[in-house]
Design a protein around this ligand. Structure first.
Ligand code: ZN
Length: 189
């Protein structure tokens, strides 16, 4: 297991839709090692998720996990979840305004996400899952699957809300945490 380099914004692989993984590939030692290394890399960077093209791989694989994370203290916990070949769709028209950062982008900002989504994916053993995700957890899944489709938060962020992490902490964090914590209490995730 090892920590991989993270792809920064500007590299074309972040703008390329990723390729679905076959059952045979998924079972291979190479892909299982890639998944382990993505988990290590996400932990090392204190991220809430990571997509394969963020470690210079073009495969349709992402990881999501939120434990008690100083980078995102307001986020409800998500168990370690490996999502292979995911697809998602909103289950209704409800959206919410959140604020996201990204391991590949030095800025963060406000954007809209769907509040209630259905996600279908394979786990790392190839078992199919179909689940409803809500609230900030739904937002985290949308963020990672956006990566796998070649999309980045800067495509969705309202340009005038872009901020460095340092300036967000100084000027926007308190208001955002109060607002998003109330949302999490209301939605339950
Ligand atoms: Zn990201």
């Amino acid at each position: 297991m090892s920590v991989l380099d993270i792809t920064p914004i500007g590299h074309p692989i972040l703008r390329s839709p990723t390729r679905p993984v076959s059952a045979e590939e998924l079972a291979s030692p190479e892909i299982q090692r890639l998944i382990d290394n993505m988990i290590d890399t996400m932990h090392d960077a204190a991220g809430a998720g990571i997509a394969a093209n963020q470690v210079y791989s073009g495969l349709r694989i992402a990881i999501v996990e939120v434990t008690s994370n100083p980078r995102y203290p307001y986020k409800p916990a998500i168990p370690l979840t490996v999502i292979v070949n995911p697809i998602w769709q909103p289950v209704d028209d409800e959206t919410f305004e959140t604020n996201e950062g990204c391991l590949s982008v030095p800025l963060r900002g406000d954007l809209q996400r769907h509040t209630n989504i259905k996600v279908e994916y394979l786990d790392r053993m190839g078992e199919p899952h179909e689940e409803i995700k809500r609230g900030l957890t739904a937002g985290t899944f949308q963020h990672e699957i956006d990566h796998l489709d070649g999309n980045l938060i800067v495509d969705r962020i309202y340009p005038r809300t872009l901020a460095t992490w340092e300036q967000f902490d100084a000027h926007q964090r308190d208001e955002f945490v109060a607002r998003i914590s109330a949302f999490v209490d209301q939605v339950g995730s």
